[in-house]
Design a protein. Structure first.
Length: 459
């Protein structure tokens, strides 16, 4: 009599498993995500004690470990290379995540062609499209190269055979949710399949010294679909940000074993695909109009300074409570700064609707933008223009003081490069840089009152 298969119910959002079906996952709280999956039988090994020391890797003092320079190769995209930390490392596994239509496949296909033109062999495995569809997109992007090989396949064993035959330097999987392992008795895209396939792809990449790019889907909340362990397995996790109809895309690293996670890559969507934006500050300020409620804020992403335009609209409203809306800025931060303005500056702004957004869609989350947000909201409330060619930055405390921020010199140099003439900054930063900086006027502010008086001088 055949042995009955053991099954469990696994949450497709977080990977939590239970012996019976549950309407709500105890792990993540999601509803109707528990799916029945067959448990694979355990494989009994020979045991660690039976393994001879001659066959195993012996422990050694950490000082005796040999260091080698990790050989990187460029992808052809300066913005992607910046986010990766200087290029791609053979044997690494990179996970690229983003909303549908944001440009993941377009970027990776263009990168594949650039890498193939440099003399390396590339294998592009698509599980969502046919090879004809990939060729059509490659014609539009100009991504045709002799060393770029394309195959439409979802069986992991067949993919491994293709890798063994072609021996590529770069492997692209589009996407991990479509790949399945025959031994795992669950549907492609399930937690079990994604976990097992990811581990197997990592083994293939590490064993053969192949750089692997894996594209992943996201849930409706914008998080990575599949088990959380997937982010722990890979070496680098890159998130694509930006609306489908927006002009610009932002690429951020939320995990990078071979580089910083503070770097940011900017791309512009055109008819030929995603194009690098090396001078983002000039691009964001190209359509700027001088009006009340508009201020320029210098933000720093990693080692890259960006000048962005922040816009605020404050208008009286008969509705209670008044509305607070923010785009690309944390709404809780806006509410906190509004309270500071009303308490410390005595602006009767509590009965007004407040709308704040960043032109270009770049998300700002560093404290250095606090002072600029306050100046923009106060300017719109008073309907007064800010001093022309002025940038504003600094952290605002609850008592109304303006605190110093890091990398002030980088922000000022970027403003000088783009022709700005005035900088309103924290007093501590002013004292540190007053004698060093030339060619631009610096104004130190100890409190938010000082900053508003400097930003909107009386005629």
């Amino acid at each position: 009599m055949p042995k009955k298969k053991k099954t469990v119910y696994v949450c497709q959002e977080c990977g939590y498993d239970a012996p019976k079906w549950l309407g709500r996952c105890p792990g993540c709280g999601a509803w109707n995500t528990m799916v029945e999956e067959v448990v694979a039988p355990e494989v009994k090994g020979s045991g660690g004690l039976r393994l001879g020391l001659s066959d195993a890797v012996k422990p050694q003092p950490i000082g005796d470990v040999q260091l080698e320079d990790l050989p990187r190769f460029l992808t052809g995209s300066g913005e992607l290379d910046r986010v990766l930390g200087g290029g791609v490392i053979p044997g690494s596994m990179v996970l690229i995540v983003g909303d549908p239509g944001v440009g993941k496949s377009s970027l990776t296909l263009k990168v594949c062609a650039d890498v193939a033109r440099s003399g390396r062999r590339v294998l592009y495995v698509t599980g969502e499209e046919s090879t004809r569809q990939v060729r059509m997109r490659a014609d539009r992007l100009g991504a045709i190269a002799d060393s770029l090989l394309v195959v439409s396949e979802t069986n992991l064993e067949t993919i491994e055979a293709h890798v063994s035959n072609t021996k590529p330097d770069l492997l692209v999987i589009d996407s991990i949710q479509t790949i399945f392992k025959p031994e795992v008795q669950s549907a492609p895209g399930s937690v079990s399949q994604v976990r097992e396939c990811s581990v197997e792809l990592l083994r293939i990449a590490k064993t053969n010294g192949i750089a692997a790019f894996v594209i992943g889907h996201v849930t409706k909340d914008g998080n990575l679909a599949g088990p959380r362990v997937l982010e722990h397995i890979v070496d680098t996790v890159l998130y694509f940000e930006g609306e489908r109809n927006a002009e610009y895309r932002v690429l951020r690293a939320v995990k990078n074993r071979f580089g910083s996670t503070n770097e940011l890559g900017l791309f512009e969507m055109r008819d030929v695909g995603l194009v690098d934006v090396p001078d983002a500050s000039k691009m964001f300020l190209s359509e700027r109009e001088c009006d009340s409620g508009t201020v320029i804020i210098p933000t720093v992403e990693g080692t890259r300074p960006l000048l962005v335009e922040l816009q605020a609209l404050v208008a009286p409203t008969p509705y209670v409570p008044p509305r607070r809306t923010a785009d690309s800025v944390d709404i809780k931060r806006i509410q906190l700064l509004l309270a500071v303005l009303e308490k410390r500056v005595h602006l009767q702004i509590g009965a007004c609707d407040v709308y704040v957004k960043v032109a270009g869609g770049i998300r700002i989350d560093e404290p250095a933008a606090d002072l600029g947000i306050c100046v923009a909201m106060a300017s719109s409330f008073a309907n007064r223009l800010i001093r022309p060619k002025t940038i504003v930055f600094g952290e605002v405390g609850l008592s109304g003081e303006v605190r110093a921020v890091g990398q002030a010199d980088i922000r000022i140099n970027e403003a000088k490069r783009l022709g700005f003439e005035h900088v309103i900054l924290p007093m501590k930063n002013y004292r540190q840089l007053a004698r060093e900086v030339t060619g631009i006027n610096l104004y130190g502010a100890e409190t938010i009152r000082d900053a508003l008086r400097l930003a909107m001088p009386k005629d």
